[in-house]
Ligand binder design. Structure first.
Ligand code: CA
Length: 230
């Protein structure tokens, strides 16, 4: 049974999520403030974390930042409609997705499933992709750049894989969202742009020259076709 850690101070929301996810065969652990959440994360090693933004003691952004220092566990943030800036910051820190309150439990469950499926690399038998100095292994979910492992979140990994599979093809942001199995929600542009920005940062050269992923103006993004020869 997959363990989901819910870090949320509103008991009503925790109960709703728990009741729903238990029926879907997840084991739910909860923590009611940021500090308790970090302790539960260390002890329980959950498969996924649902993280509220506004929390006592330590807010969701701080909690996400600390978790990301040591783990790429999938994180879905819960945010209020008014917390736009924080949502973006959350994605920048490395949250995989966010859900805006009030949310439907079905939507939350769909996102949990999508994120878990991706983090487990449940993509079947697939060959490794080599593009110049970049190597992507769909089976182990490992990415190496010039022989060094690059730590990517499940979302970043799937985005890179989708782009790198078809060098030269221009993807719209909506295409990319579909490719990575995300629930089509609000603010597609912002979400994809933030994940791409994180990815580029992780794949950049020491002088921060962007590599691999090109912007296609008025369309979206593509993987550079000449990258393999560079
Ligand atoms: Ca809260």
């Amino acid at each position: 049974m997959k363990k989901v850690l819910v870090i949320e101070d509103e008991g009503r929301i925790v109960r709703l999520i728990r009741d729903y996810l238990e029926k879907e065969d997840y084991k739910v652990i909860d923590a009611r403030d940021g500090e308790e959440g970090l302790v539960a994360f260390e002890r329980q090693e959950p498969a996924l974390i649902i993280l509220d933004l506004m929390l006592p003691k330590k807010d969701g952004l701080e909690v996400a930042k600390e978790i990301r220092k040591e783990s790429q566990v999938p994180i879905i943030m819960l945010t209020a409609k008014t917390e736009e800036a924080d949502r973006v910051t959350g994605l920048e820190i490395g949250a995989d997705d966010y859900v805006t309150k009030p949310f439907s439990l079905r939507e939350l469950a769909a996102r949990i499933k999508a994120v878990l499926r991706r983090s487990e690399g449940d993509l079947g038998q697939q060959d490794r992709i080599e593009r110049g100095e970049l190597s992507i292994n769909p089976e182990t979910h490992q990415v190496k750049l010039e022989g060094e492992v690059v730590d990517l979140t499940p979302t970043e990994f799937d985005l890179l894989l989708a782009l790198a599979r078809r060098p030269g093809r221009a993807f719209t942001r909506k295409n990319l969202l579909e490719e990575i199995g995300h629930y089509p929600g609000e603010n597609v542009k912002r979400k994809i742009d933030t994940h791409v920005k994180n990815l580029r940062k992780k794949l950049s050269t020491p002088d921060e020259r962007p590599r691999f992923i090109e912007t296609v103006h008025g369309v979206g993004y593509r993987f550079r076709k000449d990258e393999g020869n560079s």
